[in-house]
Design a protein around this ligand. Structure first.
Ligand SMILES: *Cc1c(COP(=O)(O)O)cnc(C)c1O
Length: 369
């Protein structure tokens, strides 16, 4: 098969979905797919057998969720506008506002259309270490309303509340954040029909403490009589896909450098943005094995470097390499910088057969310009 391509691993996806379904049952909560992490809708018929619906970051994801997934469709956006409003109302069941101004403007219209309305709260409780750009509780954050900025007339409009403060975190951080939420917004929680705890719950990671999550959810349900929602993105597709590429050249400049046909900048931009070093099948850390290479993409960007890896044998031009954990925040973030071709999208079904779902060419580059 022509590289580069994403390969979605259906068996791994099913393992994640079974774990999430168990949480749903144990805790008695609803779980939505956060589409911003993963929107490969060819797998929505499968995922929708396990989860309650989707959440969206805006109009287009809401439309995809409504038309391709079904179930409940939720949306949170820092701002909604008049131009998109009527169409958005066709798709969503729950709409979450970010500010009192947005809630005052749109909540009455949403309620008149029979929608559930909520406000994203900022519990002002940071639990993230390191990744400042992923911390909505950071100083001067625009995401969520703080207790000091929430007037009664806005609180009175709400059916439920929303928070999203975690990123790749365990349930001890959730528990501490929920304590902060209750302390700051207890009276509002008493009146809420539902509480949406956002995403960032790394539920399908091996060391995740599911029992604590179940306790936190049950406590909220018991104390407030509210429905509880979780909306993970990453956890749904954690370790459920790879990106396969090929070595196209090997050069030397103080170390061995392999140029591959996948680009960090175009095909896995979080490698540079977050940043992180993706796992590579069969390879070790630099220096662990006999032959160490820096792997870089075929674009003109000097920083288009995926990372340093070591191998038992020297790499050869034409070798295929498989980056792991490549289903999340990759296909949704690809771009055609340098006129790069987008990786194909394939699904490895549970019976071992591989289906090519999408192949891309020049058109994707030209149509956007
Ligand atoms: C990003 C996001 C999610 C999903 O987060 P993950 O880290 O992928 O689980 C859920 N809800 C909201 C509002 C988000 O912004």
């Amino acid at each position: 098969m022509r590289t580069p391509y994403f390969e979605i691993d259906e068996a791994a996806l099913v393992r994640n979905l079974e774990a999430l379904r168990a949480v749903r049952k144990e805790a008695g909560c609803k779980i939505l797919l956060a589409q911003k992490a993963y929107s490969a809708f060819c797998t929505y018929p499968l995922i929708s057998r396990y989860l309650d619906g989707t959440t969206a970051s805006g109009l287009y994801e809401a439309r995809l969720g409504k038309t391709r997934f079904g179930g409940e469709t939720h949306v949170f956006s820092p701002s909604y506008n008049d131009e998109d409003w009527d169409e958005l109302m066709l798709y969503v069941d729950h709409i979450i506002f970010n500010s009192p101004t947005q809630a005052r403007k749109f909540a009455p219209k949403a309620k008149a259309a029979g929608k559930q309305v909520g406000l994203r709260l900022n519990p002002q409780f940071s639990t993230q270490r390191g990744h400042g750009i992923y911390d909505p509780c950071g100083e001067f954050s625009r995401l969520g309303t703080t207790a000091a900025e929430l007037p009664d007339d806005v609180a009175n409009l709400l059916d439920g509340v929303h928070m999203h403060t975690l990123c790749e975190q365990n349930s001890d951080d959730l528990e501490a954040t929920v304590d902060a939420l209750e302390e700051r917004f207890g009276a509002l929680l008493q009146r809420s029909k539902w509480i949406n705890l956002g995403g960032g719950h790394h539920i399908t990671r091996a060391d995740y403490d599911v029992e604590r999550l179940v306790r936190v959810v049950r406590r909220l349900k018991d104390r407030y009589g509210a429905e509880v929602y979780l909306e993970p993105g990453e956890a749904v597709v954690l370790n459920a896909g790879s990106l396969v590429c090929r070595v196209e050249d090997i050069v030397r400049n103080g170390m061995d450098i392999a140029i591959v046909d996948a680009s960090a900048a175009c095909h896995m931009p979080d490698v540079l943005e977050m940043p992180y070093r993706p796992p590579l099948q069969g390879a070790g850390e630099a220096g662990d094995k006999a032959h160490t290479y820096r792997l870089g993409g075929p674009t003109c960007l000097a920083g288009d470097v995926i990372g340093d890896y070591s191998f038992d044998r020297p790499l050869k031009i034409g070798d295929e390499l498989r980056f792991l954990d490549m289903a999340l925040y990759t296909m949704v973030k690809t771009n055609t910088f340098n006129g790069m071709r987008l990786p194909s999208i394939c699904v490895r079904h549970t019976d071992g057969t591989i289906e090519v779902v999408r192949e891309f060419g020049y058109d994707e580059f030209e149509r956007r310009l």
